[in-house]
Design a protein around this ligand. Structure first.
Ligand code: ADP
Ligand code: MG
Length: 343
């Protein structure tokens, strides 16, 4: 057996297995790129649940013509240069893999115009070696990425796509979580040409509740208790809904990044156990902010989980913070009735 270097496209397709699971994961990577580019407006167009088309347009920094080819190459990123940068990462992306991966399993066009460039240019990668074709285009300041026919060349993956409705639902849910990570950014979501969600930019903190209500519903907005603890080194703020149905959002963010971290969820559950044994806390939207050096975000390809250097300390801090927020006069549970006490 001889050892061979894999063609670029195949190497990218293998990497794509880790980051591109379904249309919603494409949307996640592209929207995070828009946010990293400083966009204040992001428009998302989906056709047929993302099977047919995923188009993300932003008004961010854009990509210069000379950099378009690089943007589509693997391990090419503008976000980190050294290990030291990785240890204090603040951008959402850093692996330089998303565009290369997505374009290896779809027909992807990247159109962009930075403010200081008079014309827009478009890039398209194709073939085994992913040779990039560049052509002139028309586009306002910012970037549009169009992903057509996702998984057209990887039938095994395509088979795992669910119905359009299900895939769109995943995209919608994902964008709800993103919408609560950046209240300042306006986000529009269209499906098959129809506006499905419109999150307006909220710059004033007192208006955040509008978006909370839009995403989490009126009950959450009206009954959630406010969490606010800590200092600039470690803090937790947000909302916890102590009562209600279990379909409420359970969103957590670490340094602005959406996470489903076991340690955080465990800490929240443990706190609630004290008040209502046997019950799970119905809903929460919580933002943990910690010194970037105290956390490793590079443990999961899709970055769903983090590793805290002082996990115990973070865990106990969350327990404290949530406990303080839901410290009612009496426990939530009535000993005789064994039901949650309603207000
Ligand atoms: P990463 O986000 O990890 O850097 P990506 O493959 O997602 O890797 O993107 C590669 C590079 O392309 C980014 O580092 C960035 O410089 C550029 N880029 C991608 N999307 C955008 C965008 N919407 N606006 C401006 N630049 C972008
Ligand atoms: Mg990225």
């Amino acid at each position: 057996m001889s050892i061979q270097i894999l063609p670029a496209r195949l190497a990218n397709q293998i990497a794509a297995g880790e980051v591109v699971e379904r249309p919603a994961s494409v949307v996640k990577e592209l929207v995070e790129n828009s946010l990293d580019a400083g966009a204040t407006r992001i428009q998302i167009d989906i056709e047929r649940g993302g099977h047919k088309l995923i188009r993300i347009r932003d008004n961010g920094l854009g990509i210069e013509k000379e950099q378009l080819t690089l943007a589509l190459s693997r391990h090419a990123t503008s976000k980190i240069k050294s290990l030291d940068d990785l240890e204090q990462i603040i951008s959402l992306g850093f692996r330089g893999e998303a565009l290369a991966s997505i374009s290896s399993v779809s027909r992807l066009t990247l159109t962009s115009k930075p403010e200081n460039q008079s014309e827009a240019w478009q890039a398209y990668a194709e073939g085994r070696d992913m040779a990039v074709q560049i052509s002139p285009a028309s586009h306002p300041n910012g970037t549009t990425i169009e992903v057509v026919d996702l998984f057209f060349n990887t039938p095994a993956r395509r088979k795992f796509l669910r119905t359009e409705k299900t895939e769109f639902h995943h995209i919608d849910e994902l964008l709800k979580r993103i919408a609560l990570s950046r209240f300042d950014v306006a986000i529009t979501l269209k499906h098959n040409g129809k506006v499905v969600r419109q999150y307006r930019s909220q710059l004033q903190q007192e208006n955040y509740v509008k978006r909370i209500a839009q995403v989490a519903g009126r009950v959450f907005e009206q009954q959630a208790v406010f969490v606010n603890s800590g200092d600039e080194r470690l803090s937790l703020h947000g909302w916890v809904l102590p009562m209600g149905s279990k379909t409420e959002p359970q969103y957590t963010y670490v340094n602005g990044r959406m996470m489903r971290d076991k340690l955080i969820f465990h800490a929240i559950r443990q706190t609630f156990e004290e008040y209502a044994p046997g019950y799970e806390i119905p809903g929460f939207v919580l933002y943990l902010d910690i010194e970037p050096r105290q956390v490793d975000v590079n443990v999961h390809p899709a970055k769903h989980e983090v590793r805290f250097h002082q996990g115990r300390l973070v865990h106990d801090f969350i327990v404290q913070a949530v406990r303080q927020a839901i410290s009612f006069e009496q426990p939530l549970i009535e000993p005789e009735s064994n039901h949650l006490v309603q207000e």
